[in-house]
Ligand binder design. Structure first.
Ligand code: KG4
Ligand code: ZN
Length: 353
């Protein structure tokens, strides 16, 4: 490792456009090397799904311990796969919130240690900014979105349902967010009720493929806002399941999954359509784990056709949590001179609006 500019220096100069990024906000341990905030040279994700699936959801304490076990190996692999060494890098980036505090602390502590030993400039990145920026990543088989603003971007994941207006790579205004459960969380909870396993989103999508839209579930609207609410939808499916069980009828799992997925997607799409129309968006961007959902993509494609604007989303591997998006978001911050030091703190950010 080299010794560059001093750890705390706000004057520290960025000498290369290569950023090593670290992401540990939830249950994936990830590291990546990204060039110029766009080109992904490596993106390593060590998933903990196997462990958490035993419990039907993420257990924060277990997640932190797993991050500690693998973080250094994941970082080394990101460097190796990118074919770079510490001396080639121009900066370090790490997610410092929102997320699970224990998980975030592992990534931030690792980033601080690397910062101390290399002297590289360090910047803390917001997890939602990262998801927004995942759209601009170039990979060997996918060209990122053009920087065409304003863009309406939906970040739908296990922890967030945020609708934002992007004005540049580093500036956005939150138009709406969830008042209770996130879209992915709702899908995960429905999957648990239907005994489909974890993570629930892909399981519900798969079960829905063979199902009919037989159940009339609510599409919650919070008038006058672009906010979302999914907890009522979860209660509604629970009631349907309880009624069917009371009658001793076998659960029509595929039909229930299809009806639930449609209700979640309709709710998300309605707000995206309205926001894009009202804000005169030049493109619609999609991010977060739920962005992998095929029905959501198809319905949003229709919105794009109606409004005559493109709808774009990152490749699947960059939809779910990863560190490439952190490196993508960090570049404009580093260029603007943002620097963090050993005082960099983590935040849970449960109040996402
Ligand atoms: O962005 P992400 O990896 O982590 C968070 O920050 O939460 O998103 C994970 C979420 C989970 O709730 C998962 O069920 C959901 O994304 N998900 C999907 C699909 N793939 C993952 N939801 C719907 N359809 C999918 N194909
Ligand atoms: Zn996420």
């Amino acid at each position: 490792m080299r010794s560059g500019c001093s750890g705390m220096s706000a004057r520290c100069v960025v000498t290369s456009n290569l950023v090593l990024a670290i992401e540990t906000s939830c249950d994936d341990t990830a590291a990546a090397v990204v060039a110029g905030g766009r080109r992904v040279l490596s993106s390593i994700v060590a998933s903990q799904d196997d462990v958490h699936s035993l419990f039907g959801g993420v257990v924060p304490e277990v997640a932190s311990r797993k991050h500690v076990e693998v973080i250094t190996a994941v970082v080394q692999r990101a460097l190796d796969e990118a074919g770079v060494t510490w001396g080639d890098l121009g900066g370090l980036a790490v997610t410092h919130g929102p997320g699970l505090i224990g998980s975030l602390l592992v990534g931030v502590a690792a980033a601080k240690a690397y910062q101390l030993s290399t002297g590289l400039p360090l910047v803390g990145v917001n997890h939602i900014d990262s998801h927004l920026n995942s759209n601009f990543c170039d990979t060997p088989d996918h060209e990122g979105a053009p920087e065409d603003f304003p863009a309406v971007c939906l970040v739908a994941s296990g922890g967030h349902s945020d609708l934002s207006l992007m004005l540049s790579r580093s500036e956005h205004r939150v138009l709406g967010c969830t008042r209770d459960d996130a879209a992915g969380e709702a899908l995960d909870k429905a999957a648990r009720l239907l005994k489909l396993g974890y993570p629930g989103g892909p399981a519900v999508q798969k079960a829905a493929e063979g199902g009919q839209l037989r159940f009339d579930l609510p599409r919650p609207i919070i008038e006058g806002t672009f906010d979302f609410s999914f907890s009522g939808l979860k209660t509604a499916i629970l009631r349907v399941i309880q009624q069917l069980e009371k009658k001793g009828e076998p659960l029509p799992v595929n039909d229930l999954a299809a009806s639930f997925q449609q209700a979640v997607v309709d709710t998300l799409v309605r707000n995206v359509r309205e926001a894009a129309r009202q804000e005169g968006a030049r493109q619609i961007l999609l991010a977060g784990g739920v962005a992998a959902n095929k029905l959501l993509r198809a319905e949003l494609a229709r919105v794009g056709e109606d409004l005559d604007i493109p709808v774009r989303y990152p490749p699947f591997k960059l939809c779910t949590d990863n560190a490439a998006m952190v490196g993508a978001a960090a570049w404009s911050l580093l260029q603007a001179g943002k620097r963090d030091d050993l005082a960099l703190d983590v935040f849970a950010g449960l109040e996402s609006c």
